[in-house]
Design a binder for this molecule. Sequence first.
Ligand code: BDR
Ligand code: CA
Length: 312
Amino acid sequence: MTPRKIIIDTDPGQDDAAAIMLALASPELEVLGITAVAGNVPLALTARNAGIVTEICGRSDVPVFAGASAPLKRKLVTAEHVHGKTGLDGVELFEPARPLETGNAVDFIIETLRNEPERTVTLCALGPLTNIATVFERVPGVVARVKEIVLMGGGFFEGGNITPSAEFNIYVDPEAADIVFRSGAPITMMPLDVTHKVLTTRARVQRLRANGNRPSVAMAGMLEFFERFDEQKYGTDGGPLHDPTVIAWLIDPGMFGGRDCNVRIETGSELTLGATVVDWWKVTGLPENAFVVDSVDSERFFDLFIERVGRL
Ligand code: BDR
Ligand code: CA
């Protein structure tokens, strides 16, 4: 089996860290690089956190590039209230031994798409879409070279999590999301509708910790911090583990269900800024531009996640 080549564009974030771990642990995937974007916390922290996660996994061979420090047209909105001041609260942090790459994330993505054979590189987007939109704006020709974009973002039946109608990643940079959804690249979208079905229950976090290896123990600590906010908000046992759904989709798409839809992004309204308008019932006649996932076998998801992180 030839592993699928991916670039992870991310704003770690405990659930981003979980996604990076799942990817690094999985032989089906080859992580060409990690590109950081401002989101959950400012860029200096998301870039550092990506390096911390690769080092915890014993995979400092994977290069980390810093990208956009602010959305295309707006002031950065961050989420320390969810992720803590560092973005990765819940585990002891350190300065990564391997420094950041000197090049920019956007250049790295462009170069990689140009150098790798056409339609062999998948972009996994776990944060605001600023880096990827900048790539498409700067070199529109590379869109056709992308195999697929799999992104965590949006919410439809489930509503929003940062405003009543917007999910955080899309809300932070709606203009970037609009560019990506209009780009013509094949998109798979993991909205809150599916991620809210993947809950880090106490029993699951205990199973993860019982793996005993450094990444599992570190991730268990991060999840215990991360879930407290959503547990209080939603009254659930555990919180949603958003970003690893993107990676699980690439490894075992059979655990998910969804449908092709037209998706548009609200960029004008103050009230519903960043809303993802999903034409689930095909009432507009507009062309489908994304596969929208809404269901998951959560036991199968956690069996995969816990087993894989245990391998690191
Ligand atoms: C998304 O926002 C961030 O806080 C998480 O890392 C995830 O990517 C969920 O809305
Ligand atoms: Ca994220």
